[in-house]
Design a protein around this ligand. Sequence first.
Ligand SMILES: N[C@@H](CCC(=O)N[C@@H](CS)C(=O)NCC(=O)O)C(=O)O
Length: 205
Amino acid sequence: MAPQKKEKITLTYFNIAGRAELSRLIMAYAGVDFVDKRLEREEFGKLKETYPYKQVPILKIEGYGNLCQSISIARFLAKRYHLAGHDDLAAAEADEVVDAANDTAALVYPIYKCTDAAEKKKMLAEVLPKVEAALKNLEARLEARGGQFMAGNTFTWADICMYTMAAHLKLNGTGPAFDGCPKINNLVERVANMPNIKKWRDAHQ
Ligand SMILES: N[C@@H](CCC(=O)N[C@@H](CS)C(=O)NCC(=O)O)C(=O)O
């Protein structure tokens, strides 16, 4: 009997980094051949009612069905591809950082949504000190944990999350400088230049 062809994992989201990029990068890093399904708004509108929470991202997994919620999806992938932390404490450290990084990223969501340039500038001025304070906390966490990685002194999905957070905070060049965070800067740079991650970035500019 011919071997059965394994169905690929499909990650469905919009054609932006947003809440899917962490999962995409976990799979890119792990060399997973997945379907990166990117919906246009119109297509999403037609499919929305079929989605459990009427939202994306959604991960379709072979032999299972749909998994929802961006962080649950990313955590599942991190576990599957051995990036969740080498023991329960390292995994807890990684979870902690992912939560803190997402809180930080969430501070600028309203700025992305704002279409008025003057209002955007005002919002940025208000949010900047909060972002910088949150980054300082993460910088201190990184330093306290040895300065190389965010969790368990090994590379985990929390380090990838720091990269996606930093890219999101840069607000296409109008966001905060990371001057006060040399260790985060260095980590983000190292993650960005990991061969599989760099390959993914080069292909999805
Ligand atoms: N907590 C959810 C939030 C998902 C979410 O807000 N998704 C947005 C896109 S970023 C969405 O699908 N919105 C539905 C809409 O635009 O109608 C997660 O993290 O996955």
